[in-house]
Design a binder for this molecule. Structure first.
Ligand code: FDM
Ligand code: MG
Length: 209
């Protein structure tokens, strides 16, 4: 396995209603069509015990301390770390709907200290590419409206958008999410193909540098 190329960790981020989930699936179908090994992932992964606590919290059925919830979201990624790294090393590309950036942006938007929010993410597999589906909170809100989950409110989404801006770094590509579904997909394709072909063996780890 040593000489084989690893898969890419491609992350989609953005506000609620920015189109992440549909674009993730479209992207996975496209990459599969090019003959790649690729899987769609998402965080929170609500199928685990930690994920079901998170889901209960998001649905309003459980009250939890803000820091405790932050650590649950992070633990939900850590419990998947080994599986993620094995897949990447075996050459499978992962297209992930939300990752550490959601973790930091949503908790920091509540007023938690930014560095404290980043700390538990250090050491997780680093994204090779972060596609940020850029849409204003106001435009996202008129797109069929938000659901009933915690955080799906305009005022809070505005704070999240500000936090996301501060996290943007060199592996980010900002995609104008106001375009049509097909146009947004087109905008993402080329960078994804390039990212996959540039992935050398050896996994980077998140460091926030
Ligand atoms: N969310 C998601 C967080 O607050 N922290 C995290 O680490 C992650 C991955 O959970 F409002 C928030 C973002 C969103 C909510 O996500 C549920 P989905 O994508 O709507 O299921
Ligand atoms: Mg949601």
């Amino acid at each position: 396995m040593g000489a084989e190329k690893r898969g890419a960790l491609i992350v989609l981020e953005g506000l609620d209603r920015s189109g992440k989930s549909s674009q993730c699936h479209r992207l996975v179908e496209f990459l599969k069509g090019t003959g790649l090994k690729v899987e769609a992932w998402r965080f929170p992964d609500r199928t685990t015990a930690i994920g079901s606590s998170i889901s209960a919290y998001l649905g309003g059925g459980a009250e939890l301390d803000d820091r405790a919830v932050h650590l649950l979201f992070s633990a939900n990624r850590w419990e998947k770390r080994l599986q993620m790294e094995r897949k990447l090393m075996a050459g499978t590309t992962l297209v992930v709907d939300r990752y550490s950036y959601s973790g930091v942006a949503f908790s920091a938007a509540k007023g938690l200290d930014l560095e404290w929010c980043k700390a538990p993410e250090v050491g997780l597999p680093a994204a090779d590419l972060v596609l940020y589906l850029d849409i204003s909170p106001e435009e996202a809100a008129v797109r069929g409206g938000y659901g009933d989950e915690r955080y799906e409110q305009l005022d809070f989404q505005k704070k999240v958008a500000l936090q996301y801006k501060g996290l943007q770094g060199k592996r980010w590509k900002i995609v104008d999410a106001r375009q049509s579904f097909d146009q947004v997909h087109e905008l993402m394709r080329e960078t994804c193909v390039k990212t996959v072909s540039n992935c050398l063996n050896g996994c980077h780890h998140l460091s926030w540098l």
